[in-house]
Design a binder for this molecule. Structure first.
Ligand SMILES: NC(=O)c1ccc[n+]([C@@H]2O[C@H](COP(=O)([O-])OP(=O)(O)OC[C@H]3O[C@@H](n4cnc5c(N)ncnc54)[C@H](OP(=O)(O)O)[C@@H]3O)[C@@H](O)[C@H]2O)c1
Length: 282
């Protein structure tokens, strides 16, 4: 166990994972400060010092990093070398990095999203006086929030590879592992997943059960899926998501025991996530 003293900065403290990290650290009495790119009053707990800090704008990072022992931050490929340098010069000792399980997932090698996360991990790892602890979830349950619009509009969810099996992880579990890393546990770098694999089709049904509604699924061809995802993300990213789903359809997306090993309790099931988020789909 590393001995952690001093203040922790939680960047992206309004993010799905970041907000749970911030609240849990406060509950534990850890000295914290929070940042967002454009913070607004009322978005953070009272008594927390809040900074405006953007990972692509090194000048904004200095004040937020100054006097901080460790930082939780999201992997952001653009300008990472400047982030590393700013952290080092401010005297930051430890970075707990929201990375991706794909970095240690053999069949994800070469996927552009994987490689961007790997490059960010490597940029921090190369800085001699900075320790980086990557947090590596494989498939976020929050991805399914992308189904909210069709669920609300028609109850019919268009899916590429509806029978692909994944083990989506609850953001509260990612945050709990992150807090373990921020409070001194160094054995938090395994591939994090939910407790069991479930087809995308069954994930839709589980959300339907949480809503008390029967939902339907329609299968997208590869070309239609590319067009569909490209409406919400750059084309290269859309292609990368399709590759992840092809890989999952080939039975290559595992459920691991890493969350239970780290936290000493089982990972939260997808049904819990769906119940926690029912209002997002209603
Ligand atoms: N989708 C998957 O299945 C998957 C799998 C493995 C890993 N991941 C990782 O998980 C991340 C998503 O986590 P999440 O659900 O917690 O995300 P989220 O709710 O979208 O929050 C992302 C946070 O990142 C912050 N952020 C974005 N750009 C920033 C910048 N330039 N400078 C500073 N902060 C910035 C945002 O802060 P603001 O408040 O300033 O907007 C926001 O709070 C992905 O980015 C990816 O790296 C995803």
């Amino acid at each position: 166990m590393a001995v952690i003293a001093g203040t922790t900065l939680v960047m992206g403290a309004r993010g799905s994972v970041g907000k749970h990290v911030l609240h849990e650290l406060i509950a534990r009495g850890v000295p914290v400060r929070a940042s967002a790119r454009r913070p607004e009053p009322g978005q953070f707990p009272e008594d927390v010092d809040v900074y405006a800090a953007d990972l692509t704008d090194p000048a904004s990072l200095g004040p937020a990093f100054d006097g901080v022992e460790q930082v939780f931050l999201y992997a952001n490929h653009q300008g990472v070398e400047d982030v590393v340098e700013t952290a080092r010069s401010a005297g930051v000792r430890r970075i707990v990095l929201m990375s991706s399980g794909s970095v240690i997932h053999p069949s994800s090698k070469g996927n552009p999203i994987t490689e961007e996360h790997r490059e960010v991990e490597e940029a921090f790892a190369a800085a001699a006086d900075l320790t980086v602890v990557p947090i590596r979830p494989l498939v976020l349950a929050t991805n399914t929030l992308g189904w909210a619009y069709p669920i609300k509009a028609s109850g019919v969810v268009p899916l590429y590879r509806p029978d692909a099996l994944t083990a989506p992880i609850h953001e509260r579990d990612i945050a709990a592992v992150t807090v373990a890393a921020l409070t001194g546990d160094d054995a938090t770098t395994g591939m994090l997943t939910g407790p069991a694999r479930m087809s995308q089709r069954d994930q839709v049904a589980t959300i339907g059960a949480a809503l008390g509604r029967e939902l339907a699924v329609t299968a997208l061809t590869r070309a239609d899926a590319l067009a569909h995802f490209s409406r919400f993300m750059p084309a290269e990213e859309a292609g990368a998501v399709i590759s992840f789903l092809d890989d999952a359809a080939a039975e290559n997306s595992p459920a691991t025991g890493a969350v239970e090993q780290i936290l000493g309790r089982p990972a939260l099931p997808f049904g819990t996530w769906a119940a926690d988020h029912a209002t997002d789909f209603a």
